[in-house]
Design a protein around this ligand. Sequence first.
Ligand SMILES: Nc1ncnc2c1ncn2[C@@H]1O[C@H](COP(=O)(O)OP(=O)(O)OP(=O)(O)O)[C@@H](O)[C@H]1O
Length: 765
Amino acid sequence: MATNLERKLAELRASLRPGQQELADWQAGPLAVSAVPGAGKSYGMAVAAAITLGRQNLNRAQQLVIVTFTRSAATHLKQQVRKHLRELQLPLGGFTVQTLHGLALNIASRHPQLSGIHLDQVTLITPNRHHRLLRHCVEQWVADHPQMYQELLVRGAFDGEETERLRRQSVLRSDCLPELAAIAIREAKSSGLSPQQLYALAEQVQDEVSVLAIAAGLYERYQQLLQAQQLIDYDDMILAALQVLDNQSARQVWQKQVFAVFEDEAQDSTPLQFRLLNRLASHEVSKAKPNLVRVGDPNQAINSTFTPADPIFFREFCQQSQAQQRLATMNQAGRSSTIIIQAANFMLDWINQSQLAGQEQPFQPQTIQTVAKHDPQANANPAHEGRGLEIYTPEDVYQTADLIGQRVCQLLTDHPDANAAILVRENKQGSFLAERLNHPDQTVTLAAHGIDILDVGGGSRQTQVPFEMLTILQFLARPHSPKTLKAALQILVDRQLIPAQEVHPLASQPEIFLYPGPLEPPQSEQVQEARSFCCKLLRSRWELPHYRLISFLALSLKYNAAELATADKLAARLSQQVQGAPSMTTTLPILQELISAERFDPVDVEDVESQYLRPRQLTIITMHKAKGLDWDFVFLPFLHARIIPGELRIPAASQFLGPFSLAEVARAQIRANVHNQVPLPNVEEAWQRASDLKSAEEFRLLYVAMTRAKRLLWMSAAKQAPYNWNWFDWQRQTKLDKQPPCPVLRPLQAQFQSDQAPNSTPSRV
Ligand SMILES: Nc1ncnc2c1ncn2[C@@H]1O[C@H](COP(=O)(O)OP(=O)(O)OP(=O)(O)O)[C@@H](O)[C@H]1O
């Protein structure tokens, strides 16, 4: 007779759909699970983990290790597994959920002698420091290779003119070579190549510009500088963990402790990371095959232009697993309405056939299917809202914002429990929309309808706390400086603590603004409000002891719980560092240093992802960050060919080097080596491959973005849009240009909205 636990495990298994059940049935050996978006990968993995824990009776001495890509995904997964374990009345100690880097650091730091990672002696390099270190490598390389440097300087048509020489020097030293260092070092290091191996690789390519040799030289110096400064980077963590596992006795200890490894988002792992997981999941003593379960979607690989993660690796793993009958597929997805699923499938096939990514095939052929009749997911494949898929061609980006504002207002008023998001390709597009959506020029402003906007790219509000405190303290220290006053006023306006107004005229004459004499013209009501707020802040400087200032300012700025907690943490850190002598003179430089060295983390009181999904909120977020999340209504504006797929561009300033970028060429050559392609591509071929890879990845990004929508997918490409969003300043009315849409938009429109002429302007909603 089945025990109580067996019965409960069977019930839990029955709550899964077919592909998920295969995952839950796993008992030993390798398994690949390839799943479509919304299939329930993470959901299925949490249940499968709980079932494995129950079935195998795992505990602290022998654990299931679950790894995923981001910290927030790890937190979410851990909560889910715990929930199931509680329901099964099983102990919670038999598993861990970590990011790959967290796992690697854990292994490395437990064996400092083997890994060389002594946590009390080494520090993880911060982005700012990394940037400075790369510049330093470049200077050293230039000093050591005057001849090679000279050859770079005089490439193309060069008449020896001094100003041109200086210009080229500056471009090389501050842009091209640091960029080459950043990209080539990351690519080589996370593929497991040492500087010496990169030198050897350079020998294999006969190019007039020795890109890989330069990259190897920079890499060599980078490693030396890291070591000298006792710093490590993210790749060092993985390498150090592998070094530990190279040691037989350490390896056996770990392999004994790890029953199996479950990996989520496996399409995003680099070869080095895979090596680490595989080794950990192996059982050398029993000679059994690795207990490694890898779940992913090769069509959602969107990190290959940042890291050497490449959909090819996971595709290969799936193929090998299939040959051994160890591949499970999850094709049914319940997230989206049928029409949204059809649109995503159509887009995938159309792009693959279009050959728009040259030799690269962006997608593995796969069709998302709706779920079967009695699917366990409540409200699976929900009824669509509006047309379900709506594609528009507004006149310009301003009309786009207006249309989104109207539609969001209508949708979230009709469905107050629903949520919505605008997914953008660049943060600058997000900040434009965030500003426009509450601008008085809009037909409707969201704030007036009680709809919150969360602009994720604008930085979480907590992360702005140190900067805001510094700015206000600087103003308190020097209230008569136009610069400090202006910065403080801007914060007050942004935080909506004083009426929105142009701050420059107020700040240009601080004395008159703060202390107007009887002969000055009377101040308007909004200026008076601003003045009285500033004067209240200024009084605090004289009336409060210095150490109380930050808490007072935090309250005055009406901080929420997370921001208050962050301000408290900041105050505690400052008082510790000023060592009993708190004053403006001691505090300001320390605060400045904390901000520029990025040595202060804000306090999060809420799971970060749940902040993005609140009902009656419009979240503005990049397509990259939206991965793994979903919303009822998803808006994808600004889908222009220049952005998706876009193209690799060579800035005019560096065109003297040739029609390619050093960094992209090095990346493509290293990548070719990782994929065992011989001979390695020359500069022109490498540039072409880099360009194909970029296009393929952009199309996958669009696929990820489209599949975030549950009930309405709204897409648009305005006829007139900025040529380059980075230069676009709508307040100064930067000129717009005619921009063609992303190539798949018209075919989508023709397929799904044949009643709506492709170029028609949307009717007002
Ligand atoms: N068996 C199931 N029973 C109930 N709900 C489910 C089931 N499987 C998945 N879901 C729900 O489907 C939604 C999508 O699941 P999940 O986020 O795990 O998908 P995913 O495959 O990781 O998606 P993506 O790859 O697109 O990010 C979630 O809301 C999840 O709760």
